[in-house]
Design a protein around this ligand. Structure first.
Ligand SMILES: [Zn+2]
Length: 186
């Protein structure tokens, strides 16, 4: 069974729970379904919509900040699916200081990159390539990012996380913009 996003009474994302746990919270009157999955659970002679997003009825204060794990999805979302060297659509992950040379798999050393830049850079240090980063990569903070790093994020969660994990549409190339002049000629 899938997981449900749990929102605080203030609509801030708190984390995720197994969908079954979300149904229990719903049945106990502790939360309301904000977005349903479309699935229905038959329990205790009642039919309960399985929530994709559940909002708690009472406010929970969360004093701690979660560290966000480095994941491909989260790196891509942080960098807007753009190559951090040239701005083209990024479809791979590059370790700025190559791992083969002791580079770490940390937020400040990982960026989205396009294949041509990845191939061009290879396992060289940035200073040996003449390539430049568009901005210094940093670790994102917040529960939303921790959730994104944790796995697949349904589209209806984006609003509450404030993070868009979808792949950006490719920028049109000149070929896409070509048109048949004869269609309007004469
Ligand atoms: Zn590039």
């Amino acid at each position: 069974m899938s997981r449900a996003l749990v929102l605080n009474a203030s609509f801030e994302a708190l984390g995720t729970v197994p969908a079954r746990r979300a149904v229990v919270l719903l049945l106990a009157g502790k939360g309301d379904c904000v977005h349903a999955t479309g699935l229905v659970l038959h329990a205790e002679r009642v039919e309960v919509p399985v929530p994709s997003v559940l909002r708690l009825r009472t406010f929970v204060s969360v004093p701690y900040r979660r560290r966000v794990a480095v994941s491909r999805t989260a790196v891509m979302a942080r960098d807007g699916h753009r190559c951090q060297y040239c701005g083209a659509r990024g479809d791979s992950i590059d370790h700025i200081h190559p791992r083969s040379r002791g580079g770490t798999h940390t937020w400040d050393n990982v960026v989205a990159a396009c294949r041509p830049c990845n191939v061009r850079k290879r396992d060289r240090l940035l200073s040996d390539t003449g390539m430049r980063l568009r901005c210094a990569p940093r670790a994102p903070v917040g529960v939303g990012w921790a959730i994104v790093a944790g796995g697949a994020v349904p589209i209806e969660w984006h609003t509450y996380l404030g993070i868009d994990t979808r792949v950006a549409a490719p920028e049109p190339s000149w070929d896409d913009l070509a048109w048949d002049e004869s269609a309007v000629a004469g």
